[in-house]
Design a binder for this molecule. Structure first.
Ligand SMILES: Cc1cc2nc3c(=O)[nH]c(=O)nc-3n(C[C@H](O)[C@H](O)[C@H](O)COP(=O)(O)OP(=O)(O)OC[C@H]3O[C@@H](n4cnc5c(N)ncnc54)[C@H](O)[C@@H]3O)c2cc1C
Length: 387
């Protein structure tokens, strides 16, 4: 009942801290209110995405996470595919952005190259050749199947590192050294990490609100397994995606892409739509996504958003079956200006949250640095980076 570390939240941020501490020989317990993790960490694309991270600390963390995912996949026995990613340009302005981005970014840890339509055809059967100007291939992105990865990590930590998992156990009070569940039961620890993702209303809501965390809702779809071993190859991202990730912000031609969308397809801006595709282990394609923030978030999903996403995907991709077998939405919490936030809300109690759409890409390396710095009594502030 007494641990070196207690983690509240069994998503990738909580699991990252649990793994980093357990590797150092610490005794660890993880609490999650659901019978199994059901938050953003099992609802995402499974893209480990250094290409989308701005140069500097954030990209370095993404690249470190890449190494950690491969280590963890091998140890825990779940597939981690080094599939890479391909941004497709079907408009001249998108192609101009890729040509500006490629030379400026190659030096900062990315392994990227501009590719012609003929080269793209060798990399993936999915790219629509009609109107295709070229693409940006990046070697660094990984693919995991999120529910498999998250459950495998939990099982591995329990079996090999003796981490104790308390699923179905909502924690409704945390003080220095103590967590209390809704049934009144308490557990104690030297240190506590609170990683409750979008569900931060119950523990230190005022600390989360003070950070002006934004909630974001994303709609997603999964196709049937593609037939006959059809293989997507790299993750596919669209020209629309260039509007979304901060890594492309420095490209002068991005303004023309944004203006064209604002003039010709304002509904895509309204719902924050940019389209991507990732293949899961059973052969289906995860398709998405949209972004609705704060007060725009409704509990139900909008058929209009799914239709718009499919329409945009079908402009840039040809796949054997578009039959949708699953639809869902996920929620994440995003810090408005930083890649995330860390706050010591009580002595030896840390809140770690706000990774937005980058938690799968950043959490493993970020958690590792938190656990290392905690051991060395370093300051938290140095981990923040504005983007
Ligand atoms: C649709 C979608 C697509 C995405 N795609 C990608 C992607 O491809 N690549 C990428 O890098 N990132 C992606 N992200 C972002 C990424 O999924 C998140 O940043 C990350 O999963 C957040 O992890 P977390 O552990 O903070 O939150 P969560 O996974 O939501 O975990 C928090 C957990 O805490 C539990 N909890 C909350 N309160 C309590 C309490 N009081 N007591 C006990 N347990 C509690 C919850 O039940 C939950 O299981 C995507 C997100 C979404 C929604």
């Amino acid at each position: 009942m007494h641990y070196d570390l207690i983690v509240v939240g069994g998503g990738i941020v909580g699991l990252g801290h649990a793994w980093a501490a357990a590797k150092q020989g610490q005794s660890v317990a993880v609490f999650d209110d659901n019978p199994r993790a059901e938050g953003a960490s099992i609802r995402n694309f499974g893209m480990v995405w250094p290409i989308g991270q701005p140069e500097g600390t954030q990209r370095a963390l993404a690249l470190r996470s890449r190494t950690l995912w491969q280590e963890l996949g091998a140890a825990a026995g779940f597939p981690v595919h080094p599939c890479g990613s391909l941004h497709l340009a079907h408009h001249e302005d998108e192609w101009a952005v890729l040509k500006e981005f490629a030379p400026s970014s190659a030096a900062d840890g990315l392994d990227i190259e501009l590719v012609t339509p003929a080269q793209i055809a060798q990399m993936t059967p999915a790219a629509n050749p009609s109107g295709l100007k070229g693409g940006l291939y990046s070697h660094t992105e990984l693919r995991v199947t999120p529910p498999t990865a998250v459950s495998s990590i939990s099982a591995y930590l329990a079996d090999e590192h003796h981490v104790q998992f308390h699923f179905g156990t909502p924690i409704n009070q945390v003080d220095s050294g103590t967590v209390t569940a809704s049934n009144g039961k308490t557990w104690t620890a030297e240190r506590i990490v609170i990683a409750t993702g979008a569900y931060f209303q119950h523990l230190f809501p005022e600390a989360h609100r003070a950070q002006r965390l934004m909630l974001c809702k994303l709609q997603m779809m999964l196709t049937d397994a593609q037939p006959n071993g059809w293989n997507l190859g790299p993750h596919i991202a669209s020209g629309l995606t260039l509007r979304h990730y901060p890594s492309f912000r420095a490209c002068p031609s991005l303004a023309a892409v944004k203006q064209r969308i604002a003039d010709n397809a304002p509904q895509l801006d309204r719902f924050g739509i940019h389209v991507m595709a990732s293949q899961v282990d059973n052969g289906g394609l995860i398709l998405g996504d949209s972004h609705e923030y704060g007060d725009d978030i409704e509990p139900t999903d909008k058929a209009e958003i799914d239709a718009l996403m499919l329409q945009e995907l079908q402009k840039i991709m040809n796949v054997p079956t578009w039959n949708i077998t699953r639809r869902w939405h996920g929620l994440y919490a995003k810090h408005p200006t930083q890649m995330c936030f860390v706050q010591e809300v009580r002595p030896e109690v840390l809140v770690v949250n706000g990774f937005g759409g980058n938690g799968m890409t950043l959490a493993l390396a970020f958690s590792e640095s938190i656990i290392n710095r905690w051991r060395n009594s370093a300051q938290w502030e140095v981990l923040h980076e504005t983007h």
